[in-house]
Design a protein around this ligand. Structure first.
Ligand SMILES: Nc1ncnc2c1ncn2[C@@H]1O[C@H](COP(=O)(O)OP(=O)(O)OP(=O)(O)O)[C@@H](O)[C@H]1O
Length: 653
């Protein structure tokens, strides 16, 4: 179908912000089948070159609306390169044509994309031609009909992102005779040189899903590894399954990011035990990777679930499986996964022959348990029957990087193992009772054990600021539920001058702008209204939008583009696990899990940055005896391997 209309085209830049639009008062808009590309294309007659959008995966439509005589369309282009760092979004506004024509156009685009994604009855090329030229989708709602906003079609979800390099954000909307876009000087839209292939086989999709889960490490600057970390990396490269562990701040997360860079892209899958842990690495939850839902039911039924479709392909394609924050995985789940892996892969080897790379500290937060009964039945991962078979190598990282004060490191070590004498605890409470200095205007983050305290404090403090609020609404693709559960960035972030904020993504390791770095909003810049943040280390930076991708079942389930900031007057201890905070005020009187006190207290770099409000609940200072025993044995094995005796324990660990 063809029509003539007023058109405005906008596209995103590397940070996900819309840049200078291109428009035409009278442009021809054509939706036609393109024989060369074997799909329908939407051509907008812009000058000097037309814009041609393939209406087929990997392009997906995630917003389509007819209102006030105007058709708004939002497309997202699927990532082609695993190291892509930009969001690729294009937004069209078409007006000045017959409103019924606009509605028809919207419906046909929807039909084509749904069909291409397999969500509509298959019609083959003939039906696709018909939809493009007007034979399908007739009469599906008129002007003002319900907006066709929907999550991305499943087959398009695996690899949303954009191409980096000189071409900005839209390179790849087409190739050959199809014009692709590149941001020209001044942010305008100009033709780009390179295109991309639209055809994706399931193998490619599978590969890209693994890739998408690995986009984070390439986006950030990583520091160098210590000798000890290098050795752990070499162990991974030797091909053996490994669990690496160590106190808080020994660089487990940093090491994981280095490891990711060394493993094969297409067959390494990155997972975490929680959505948050997975999201930090750009991966998926372990349950979702495995395709076993919540992991409940008989082994036979779980094997049936995992042994279908893409989950089966994923299991079979995997050579390396990374699981972060493994302390939060229940041992029963580990055994289940191990059995599923063997059955689905048809291999008797432990974990079906997959090389496992597990990371975590069992003295930090344990598997979630409901009530006292649940806690009593808790089974750690190392208690799994298959653990010893699957994990021939364990590696304890001993050098703490987060703190440099040896006395503080030693004290934290004792708290970690539940062996801190009461007089040391009292001394710590006394030392850390004083308020922290706030001369630079950066207030300490209050760490609470309960979520409701966190929300209340942040809302109250923001409201109390006299300055004008600035709202930043995320650009989301995919399921809002998935994003709410796993993405650290908020859907709507309200900031004001003077707001206390924390980075929720690593921006630069070398500059200390890492997940957890604290700052205060100084102003909003004039051009784009972005916040300018002064960090505790003195750096002042305009914060641009960042991208989070959430995978589910090996495919990209959702993406959020938002500022990498959160309000930081208060935060939950659970959310703080994995972070390095500059200043913290911890409240542990209501702590309810072993490891909670250790996680909270070990977030800061030094005692100077720590204040403790009130006392610490006794149970939060206890270590689980099973965990203590596990580490004692681990040390004994490692010392024996080094030919050392118990006297060297302290210096080594
Ligand atoms: N080799 C290294 N050289 C310098 N700094 C390092 C090194 N390894 C880690 N760090 C720094 O130490 C801090 C803690 O590292 P990281 O968060 O990786 O530790 P972790 O073991 O994952 O901690 P946690 O168990 O609390 O999550 C970070 O600021 C990180 O940049």
């Amino acid at each position: 179908m063809r029509l003539v209309a007023k058109v405005k085209v906008e596209h995103t830049d590397l940070g996900g912000s819309f840049v200078k639009p291109q428009s035409a008062k009278e442009a021809e808009v054509a939706l036609e089948r393109c024989a060369q590309r074997r799909c329908a294309v939407l051509t907008i007659g812009l000058k000097p070159r037309p814009l041609v959008l393939p209406v087929a995966p990997p392009v997906a439509l995630y917003g389509a609306r007819v209102a006030d005589g105007q058709l708004g369309l939002k497309f997202m282009r699927v990532k082609q390169n695993p190291w892509d760092s930009a969001s690729k979004c294009i937004q069209l506004s078409i007006s000045g044509a017959d409103p019924q024509q606009l509605t028809l156009l919207r419906d046909r685009i929807n039909t084509l994309l749904l069909r291409a994604a397999g969500a509509a009855p298959a019609g083959g090329p003939a039906a696709e031609n018909a939809a493009a030229s007007g034979g399908a989708g007739k009469g599906k709602g008129g002007v003002g009909a319900r907006p066709a906003r929907r999550p991305l079609a499943p087959r398009s979800l695996n690899t949303l992102a954009a191409t980096t390099g000189p071409s900005v954000s839209l390179g790849g909307w087409g190739s050959g005779s199809v014009v692709s876009l590149r941001s020209g000087p001044g942010g305008g839209v100009a033709p780009a040189a390179s295109g991309f292939s639209l055809g994706t086989t399931s193998r490619q999709q599978l590969a890209s899903s693994a890739d998408s889960a690995r986009s984070v490490p390439a986006d950030e600057e990583l520091g160098d590894l210590s000798d000890e970390q290098q050795r752990a990396l070499q162990l991974v490269q030797s091909g053996r399954s490994i669990f690496f562990t160590g106190c808080a701040g020994t660089g487990k997360s940093l090491l994981l990011r280095h490891i990711l860079r060394c493993l094969p892209r297409n067959t390494t899958f990155v997972t975490g035990t929680t959505g948050l842990a997975a999201c930090h690495l750009g991966g998926t939850t372990i349950n979702s990777y495995a395709g076993i839902g919540r992991g409940e039911g008989s082994l036979e039924s779980l094997v049936r679930m995992a042994g279908r479709g893409e989950s089966l392909q994923r299991w079979r394609a995997t050579t390396h499986l990374i699981v972060d924050e493994v302390s939060m995985m229940d041992g029963r789940l580990f055994d289940t996964l191990e059995a599923v892996a063997r059955k689905v892969r048809g291999s008797a080897a432990p974990f079906g022959g997959i090389q496992l790379i597990l990371s975590g500290d069992f003295h930090q937060l344990p598997p979630v348990a409901k009530g006292r009964e649940g806690a009593a039945q808790r089974k750690f991962c190392f208690e799994a029957e298959s653990w010893a078979r699957c994990i021939p190598e364990s590696c304890f990282l001993s050098k703490v990087f987060r703190q440099s004060d040896n006395e503080f490191v030693d004290l934290l070590g004792k708290i970690r193992s539940g062996s801190c004498p009461q007089d040391k605890v009292s001394q710590l409470l006394k030392t850390c009772a004083r308020p922290l200095p706030t001369d630079d205007g950066i207030l300490p983050t209050k760490l609470f054990t309960h979520r409701e305290d966190v929300d209340l404090i942040n809302a109250q403090q923001l409201k109390a600021l006299p300055s004008e609020p600035h709202k930043f609404v995320a650009q989301d693709v995919g399921s809002g539920e998935v994003l709410a559960a796993a993405c650290p960035a908020r859907r709507t972030l309200e900031l004001k001058v003077g707001a206390q904020v924390t980075l929720i993504k690593n921006i630069s390791q070398r500059q200390g702008l890492v997940n957890g770095a604290r700052g205060v909003v100084e102003k909003f810049n004039d051009s784009q209204g972005l916040p300018v943040v002064r960090f505790a280390n003195g750096r002042v930076l305009t914060i641009s939008r960042e991208r989070w991708t959430i995978a589910s079942g090996g495919r990209l389930a959702a993406q959020r583009v938002q500022l990498p900031l959160d309000l930081a007057w208060a935060m939950s201890v659970h959310k703080s696990q994995g972070l390095t905070l500059d200043r913290a005020e911890v409240s542990l009187e209501r702590a309810f899990e072993p490891g909670m006190a250790y996680v909270a207290l070990s977030r800061v770099r030094s005692l100077e940055g720590l204040r403790i409000i009130g006392s610490i609940a006794a149970q939060a200072l206890r270590a689980d005896p099973k965990v203590v025993l596990f580490y004692t044995r681990l040390r004994q094995r490692q010392l024996a391997a080094l030919g050392l005796g118990p006297a060297q324990f302290r210096t080594l660990y």
